[in-house]
Design a protein around this ligand. Sequence first.
Ligand SMILES: Nc1nc2c(c(=O)[nH]1)N[C@H]1C(S)=C(S)[C@@H](COP(=O)(O)O)O[C@H]1N2
Ligand SMILES: [Mo]
Length: 355
Amino acid sequence: MAQRQDIRLEELALAARNHGMPLEALRLPVTPIGLHYLLTHYDIPIVDADKWSLEIAGLVERPQRLSLADILELPAEELTVTMECAGNGRARMAPRPFSQPWLEEAIGTARWTGTPLIRLLERAGLRKGAVEVVFTGLDRGVEHGRELAYERSLGLDQVLEGDVLLAWAINGQPLPPQHGFPLRLLVPGWYGMASVKWLTKITVTDRPFVGHQQAYAYRVRLSEDEDGEALTRMLPRALMIPPGIPDFPARARTLPAGPCALEGRAWSGFGPIGRVEVSADGGGSWEPAELEADVGSAYAWCRWRHAFEAEPGVAVLLCRAEDATGRSQPLEPVWNLGGYANNAVQRVAVTVVRS
Ligand SMILES: Nc1nc2c(c(=O)[nH]1)N[C@H]1C(S)=C(S)[C@@H](COP(=O)(O)O)O[C@H]1N2
Ligand SMILES: [Mo]
């Protein structure tokens, strides 16, 4: 493996603000709010709900401005959704792209409650020529010397068929500030960047959106000269709860010899997981794990389990998922400029000791 460069202090500053889900939380079907990963590009807006409103503008018959109370009165739906940051796995790339240095923990599954986006758009009435819908957050930052809001768009097909939610609750609680209070978009199956937090405006447009987070960031490309391909759905990934116990601070793991029950979760934004395989010998041989859809949502991860016999010595444990479309995980990262969509298999080294 190529030599890794040191983490910069700027990356540490990002990593301290944006935390991952500790992998032991893979035991839980729904991630408690404080353990769900977080990714915020700029500063977290602290919103006064009484002054906040949602504007619906652009190519609509009846432009709207809704208060939080208006939105809370609309029929609500609940969806359990696994969300992953598109930059998950970035720190395992070499050379490491400069950004939030995730290993594999930028994930979480939550019960989101809110209003289906399509209901609000029906109320407003789409006009002829509508092509995309742009979602604007309250948070602002500077990119390439220009001030802008965090904004992303979705094509009309995704808006009409994607079960997209305007969420005002997570795990039965109002959204906390860091997850987008008072209202966020939730695009099930897609990498997290699509799910705009602190939503304040929805604009129906007659052309593709070319804002920074759409046309520049969140594209898979090898150089600045390429347009690249926009990131959309989450590639399949399986993760395991690292077995045994860690030391501090290196977190090297020790496991007693004998029968070991490995457990983890797997998901894909392209549909259900077809199989998960586990290797207890560094990738030499693979065995199928047992799958259990214990969450009961098409948009959430499933549980896997696998029993193996831990022999004294050093072992490298791997797991990999394949989804129903046949998409699977590579053994090594596939590099790109932004460090996106790295779903290379997780490896956990353990020292097995006689108990
Ligand atoms: N307004 C706004 N929305 C945003 C972001 C942001 O910085 N600002 N980050 C996006 C990214 S990259 C991810 S991965 C998810 C993270 O959602 P979470 O912090 O609730 O887990 O929010 C997305 N929505
Ligand atoms: Mo992200």
